[in-house]
Design a protein. Structure first.
Length: 588
């Protein structure tokens, strides 16, 4: 069998691999039903395995996670606190969709994640905590976690927050924060961004973005540095911290506190927006813009600014809500802007693949067993690969390697066979690829003589005489009549001809002593010669047909044409002439 060259297979595999030259992708599936090739059934296990800047792909499922938060002087955690999921390195978590991926704390964690006491500015007590490593990076360009396409919820276990960013940065995209159980402690946030470190304007910058997401509950962006209950609990940290809400819906209040910066754009906030000592004036990092602003949004719960610098809130819809404290309302929208679609849809590309062995078109003997190999990839996961041969099932494989066994059937001898692979991804999208095989006929040969002979033969038979319709005197007309002939020749070539061998007026019809003025014309037609022109009959042979090979029983039509002019004198009676037909050869 013609195998695919190694260099070609390598090129195809490379084309299907992730584009990053450095980062790896790890796939998680709780039951490996949607993504059978997943290396993990737990998100936390994949996070622990992943290196910084890797991607963790999360296939559809319910993930009940449990983890112990990091704890140290730079990243404190309350004694006994637990998280569902703890992330302490820059990663991308890419879920299959908020309606497909559900992250919850494991039931084994009990009734509460808070530990010995609820503690907000720490790395524990949350369904998902994104935290700085004890001795790791903290700036947003060094420790940024991108989470998309998931639902984070805790309907049965008390959690301080659904998603907490502690001393770090990140993005929640196309996701949902669902029900967070409030019974059991003083805090019950959908999303929080908190801090325990100190900085300066020229130092660390952090940013948390909620984009095209739905948060059921409250959101807190807090930039104070003190521990709960201490004198510094309301003291600005000096860290440049930005909380951004864009194209999202928050079904609850939103708070910016103690030096926090940020913006709300194109969103719906059903609860009050509270600015408590937030940075609302010119942004110290970029004084040409405001450190905090809201625009193009529906602020249905109103706004409270406890600071002394006016907050920029022009271009919003307020409904019946009001503002309190210094604000720059500017233009007010009379109607609510179009509500964002939150959570947004997750883009899921169809799978890709190729049949790399056999690399067709190629030839396979009917009794040869081959092992077709399909390379397949998907941005979330390949669920299965099915192979058919001319539409007949060969097999289905659920996980790599996608290798099959195929042997052309006897009835396929001499056929053109198309091997077709249907690749199905975790969301049911399919891609079809194919290759071509030829199954040659089976033959065996030897030599032997068979003889026969043909005697020379030239045979010509002519049918009944051709008869014209009666000639009409004084009327110009071409009269046509026909007869038939049958030709047989074993010669290499032959010719059929006609001649008027008579002594009186050769080539003219005669009636006694009267001769038609116009000469007789003739031609012959057969299956290969359907448009032969008329020729003039005379005392010399007129060739009607030629044969370049032997012929048997060739059906020939003999046609004659007699022109009559208006001035031609016609004698009463019958005009006739005897013609001689000859079938001759020079290569008998």
């Amino acid at each position: 069998m013609n195998r695919v060259p190694a260099v070609v297979a390598a090129a195809l595999i490379a084309a299907l691999a992730p584009t990053s030259a450095y980062a790896s992708t790890w796939t998680v599936d709780d039951d490996k039903a949607d993504c059978p090739n997943a290396a993990f059934t737990s998100i936390q296990a994949a996070v622990n395995q992943a290196a910084p800047w890797d991607t963790v792909v999360i296939c559809a499922g319910i993930y009940e996670e449990q983890s112990v938060p990091t704890s140290g002087n730079n990243t404190p955690s309350q004694a006994g606190s637990r998280n569902g999921l703890t992330i302490t390195k820059p990663l991308t978590l890419k879920g299959a969709g908020a309606n497909k991926v559900f992250i919850r704390p494991a039931s084994a964690l009990g009734a509460s994640l808070a530990g010995t006491a609820p503690y907000l500015r720490d790395g524990g007590g949350n369904v998902v905590t994104v935290a700085r490593q004890s001795l790791g990076a903290t700036d947003d360009n060094e420790n940024f976690v991108d989470i998309s396409g998931v639902t984070i919820e805790s309907p049965h276990t008390y959690a301080e927050a659904g998603l907490a960013f502690f001393n770090t940065s990140g993005l929640l995209l196309n996701s949902r924060i669902g029900t967070i159980k409030a019974e059991g402690g003083p805090y019950s946030y959908g999303v929080v961004m908190t801090n325990s470190l100190q900085g300066a304007e020229a130092g660390v910058r952090r940013e948390v973005v909620l984009e095209k997401s739905l948060v059921t509950g409250s959101v807190l962006f807090d930039d104070a540095r003190g521990a709960d209950g201490t004198a510094t609990t309301t003291v600005r940290s000096g860290i440049k911290a930005y909380g951004v809400i864009t194209g999202s819906r928050v079904e609850g209040p939103v708070s910016y506190t103690y030096g926090q910066r940020g913006s709300i754009t194109g969103s719906v906030i059903t609860g009050a927006v509270t600015l408590t000592d937030a940075e609302t004036g010119p942004d110290p990092s970029n004084p040409v813009v405001r450190a905090w602003s809201a625009s193009g949004s529906s602020l249905l719960g109103g706004l409270l600014n406890t600071g002394t610098v006016a907050a920029a809130v022009g271009g919003n819809f307020w409904g019946t809500s009001t503002t309190t404290g210094p604000v720059e309302v500017g233009d007010v929208l009379s109607e609510a802007p179009t509500a964002p679609s939150a959570p947004g849809a997750v883009v899921d590309a169809p799978p890709t693949g190729a049949i790399v062995d056999p690399f067709g078109p190629t030839t396979v003997a009917w009794d040869e067993t081959i092992y077709p190999v399909v390379v397949a990839a998907d941005d979330f996961g390949v669920k299965s690969v099915e192979l058919t041969a001319n539409g007949i099932p060969v097999g289905a494989v659920g996980r790599t390697p996608y290798e099959f066994e195929y042997r052309p059937a006897y009835e396929h001898i001499g056929d053109h066979v198309v091997l077709t692979a249907k690749i199905t991804d975790s969301s049911g999208q399919t891609t079809v690829v194919s290759t071509e095989l030829d199954v040659p006929r089976v033959s065996s040969s030897t030599t032997g003589d068979v003889t026969g002979s043909v005697a020379p033969a030239l045979s010509l038979s002519v049918g009944t005489a051709a008869a014209f319709e009666p000639f009409v005197p004084g009327v110009p007309q071409d009269y046509v009549a026909s007869s038939t002939a049958k030709v047989l020749s074993t010669a290499g070539e032959a010719a059929l001809s006609v001649v008027d061998a008579g002594a009186v007026a050769p080539g003219h019809l005669v009636n006694g002593t009267f001769v038609l003025p116009q000469p007789l014309q003739a031609r012959a037609l057969n299956a290969l010669n359907t448009g032969t022109p008329f020729g003039t009959v005379s005392g010399a042979p007129l060739t009607l047909l030629t044969y370049g090979a032997p012929v048997s029983n060739d059906e020939v039509t003999l046609e004659f044409k007699q022109p009559i002019a208006a001035s031609d004198a016609l004698r009463t009676g019958s005009y006739a002439k005897t013609l001689t037909y000859t079938l001759s050869t020079t290569k008998p």
